[in-house]
Design a protein around this ligand. Structure first.
Ligand code: GH3
Ligand code: MG
Ligand code: MG
Length: 367
């Protein structure tokens, strides 16, 4: 047998390990890219990361801790326990004050590059383990662009007692950087997707999202023989509001209107801004017979609401909307047909004096 020196063996081991980590990183990135393409959720990304840290890198448990908005608390976004089960924890761990968790604080504030303890020599008999946690554990920061720390990756070898070396920590640190980049790519992706469906001014859904939702709602109702109602809401005399109080006041009112509409329908209802001062509300499971109560509520909420423009309040001037209502009950119809019908009803409301709904129309099947 050929003789290999201890140093050489260690070097070899190190390079094998490094290769293993590199493979894991590449594998994770391939999975992340593929998953982004398929529309991966954050939870599934976390599962991917956790599996590659435990199964791939050989740690027993792993947890992804992320900073909460406001940077005062940290929370276990997802962890994997010693039996390989995923675990979440709703508790927020404070970073400041007397209850602060110092390990996290040190890492999150960037005071230390890593945290490492090995209690291997002090192995405690099983019956005492509830008192003295036997842990070989390590924690490294999860960083994103420009070194910003967004959380921590914590690992331990609970129950296996495997020693965690400096080399393990350094590989984990590199890995955590990749994790940070993966989380950031997903967040950017999600943000972009959201921007593509949300109206920037009002925060309501935009026209594109509305069109998609209306089409799928029609399909759903056709298949399951359900009904829905579409309400269009158009602000009355909005041009004059802009002319009198300025465009910024107009914008503030549109934002306010979107919120008012959302607040006065169910959470399952879909509110979108479909034109300049025109909104659409899609109400699933709402047949025409149930609609008058919603219509009255919406008209009243706007009419009696206080617009967020002090000059208007001074002038005792309010806002009203006119509503167009079209329901779907059965048969094959297109999104255009139902929209056109709601628009007809809206036109009638305007014609009849505004601040009211037009006739409730029901779309007739084609042919
Ligand atoms: P009607 O009661 O018949 O609906 O009258 P109206 O003045 O509301 O309707 P018209 O269609 O004549 O004018 C719509 C106005 O809405 C004109 C436009 O300046 C205003 N508007 C559209 N989009 C925006 C926006 O994003 N911000 C502001 N401030 N105003 C907008
Ligand atoms: Mg209008
Ligand atoms: Mg209009």
């Amino acid at each position: 047998m050929a003789f290999i020196s201890k140093t050489r063996l260690l070097k070899l081991e190190k390079s094998v390990k490094r290769e293993k980590v590199l493979k894991q990183e590449i594998l994770m990135f391939q999975q992340v890219v593929e998953a982004l393409r398929r529309g991966l959720s954050q939870e599934n990304l976390f599962k991917l990361i956790l599996s590659s840290v435990t199964k791939g890198l050989g740690f027993k448990r792993c947890g992804i801790f992320l900073l909460e908005p406001g940077d005062r608390y940290i929370k276990l976004a997802l962890g994997i326990d010693k039996k390989g089960r995923f675990e979440k924890n709703k508790d927020r761990l404070p970073l400041y004050g007397s209850q602060a968790h110092n390990f996290f604080k040190t890492i999150i504030l960037g005071r230390k590059k890593y945290f490492l303890t090995n209690n291997i020599e002090k192995r405690v008999p099983k019956q005492h383990q509830y008192r003295v946690p036997v842990l070989n554990n390590a924690m490294v920061p999860i960083q994103v662009g420009k070194g910003r720390i967004i959380g921590a990756l914590a690992v331990d070898n609970l129950s296996t007692y495997r020693f965690i070396s400096r080399a393990d920590v350094s590989m984990l640190t590199n890995y955590a950087t990749q994790v940070g980049l993966a989380i950031q790519s997903l967040n950017t992706h999600t943000e972009m997707e959201k921007m593509a469906t949300i109206d920037a001014l009002t925060g309501a859904h935009n026209r594109r999202a509305f069109d998609e939702t209306l089409s799928s709602e029609i399909k759903r109702c056709q298949r399951y023989r359900r009904s829905f109602t579409l309400i269009l809401a158009d602000a009355d005399f909005f041009k004059s509001v802009n002319d009198t109080y300025g465009h910024d006041a107009g914008d503030a009112i549109l934002k306010w209107l979107a919120k008012l509409l959302k607040d006065n329908v169910r959470t399952m209802d879909f509110v979108a801004r479909v034109g300049g001062e025109e909104f659409a509300v899609l109400l699933p499971e709402t047949p025409p017979d149930n609609i008058s109560v919603v219509v009255r509520r919406l008209l009243k909420a706007v009419r009696e609401g206080v617009p967020p423009v002090p000059a208007m309040v001074r002038d005792k001037r309010g806002i009203t909307v006119s509503l167009g209502v079209a329901s779907y009950r059965k048969g094959s119809v297109t999104a255009q047909q139902i929209y056109k019908l709601a628009d007809e009803s809206l036109y009638q409301a305007k014609h009849d004096g505004r601040n009211r709904a037009g006739r409730f129309l029901t779309v007739a099947p084609k042919g």
